[in-house]
Write a protein that binds this ligand. Sequence first.
Ligand code: FES
Ligand SMILES: [Fe+2]
Ligand SMILES: [Fe+2]
Length: 495
Amino acid sequence: MKPSSVTGAAIGRIEAAEWLDGPAFQLANAVALPQRLAGTPGKRVRNALHGTWFGHPVHPMLVTLPIGTWTLALGLDALEALGTEHGRAYGRAADIAVQAGAAGAVAAAATGLVDWQQTHGRPRRVGLAHALVNSAALGLQLTSTALRRRGRRREGRLASATAWGVMFVGAYLGGHLVYRLRQGVDQADRSVEPRGFEPVLPAADLKEGQPRKVEVWDEVERAHIPVALVRQHGRIFAMGARCSHMGGPLDEGWLLRGGLVCPWHGSRYDLETGQPLDGPSTCPQPIYDVRLRSGVIEIRRRQEPGAEAVTPEDIEHAAEMEQAPRADAPLGRKADEVLFEHHELLRRMFRRIENMSPDDPQRRDLMRTLASELEIHEHIEDEIFYPAVRPVSEDVSVAYAEHQQLADLLAATLKLPTSSPAFEEHLRALHKAVDHHASSEEHSMFIEAQRLGDRRLRELGHELETMLEEQRTSRFQRAFRELKIALLAETGREA
Ligand code: FES
Ligand SMILES: [Fe+2]
Ligand SMILES: [Fe+2]
């Protein structure tokens, strides 16, 4: 049985363990009670434990303390057990590391507990198991400290080593909570739409203090994105209606102390900035700029730093650059024409190799030439074309990713004997991948690139042609590429 099916079955049993719900409910209530009794200071402590003030969950940072120190203790214990020269000193250092880790584990448990308190269903059960396993690790380390103090060092070291293994299981469960069950990850809609102002509601339909949902359409996501509109003291605000904590409907929430409160777990968001004022959320809501035109509310997504969003302003900026071209820049064919021609060359080469007999001795050489041309193509796009079109096209990050995939697939194909059935299969897959990539460039990125203007595209075309020529003719470049292709073909060759 594969390890994944063993762990999958174990996790599945925890996720389905409904009998855990009763104790979990009791524990969650017990955790909430002191905070309720303490009132506002209690809420402040809870916000701090969630990480609301920090803008990020605190729990994953604190867990590094026990993981780091207990791992250090394991190494120091081993040095003591081996009877090395300074064995006793290593032992003393291990004792301190075990205790420091225990203090860190208590802090991590406190933050984890308040986060867990807001979970439900499967995540709550797995979270409880995660807490129990980590508590067992902590218990073992505390036992170890007691044993070490009594001079029973061997048993103490054994307890610590066991705790280290138990901690690993706890970490596995923690990873499952985040990566599979999506606990603690941002659940808000991060759509970049609408990029320009869009009418959404007659202003008269939005009552003071009564949030209301409107929707905007995102063509790429093929989804309606809900937005909560709020009027407070006559001013209108708009923020993403899906709560970043767990997706609660903010448009069904209410206003409290200048913030919009989520009806599910009570996160409160600043209307102006979207920042959480009260947890459990630690992540800001998407925010929209608002304006009124002829009595109608219009909204525009306020783009986030580093967002890959081409806005009408970017396109305008690109057009302005076109009006002020560099007078001395040499011009060639347009960049998209140069690249399209090269795509066609690659397609022809694929067809030729596919039509050759598997035993044709030239097949291998042609395959290497194709590999070389493909490398050159990716290189000139990565270096010149993609950076230039980035301000006017959102396809660039996916295109970079596809280049990586093409390189992986090419490497796997080159390792196969050209007469083998596996080579045929890989060649077809590579052809398909190149075709998909080139076609999406031709149908989307090249069209968006026209926003750069004719002159800029001709400047880029000249740069591309120059680099293409240089890559093909420079002895150094050729030798380097051939060596790389030969290495790819020879290393890890499949029999
Ligand atoms: S979904 Fe939990 S606070 Fe909004
Ligand atoms: Fe490309
Ligand atoms: Fe291309």
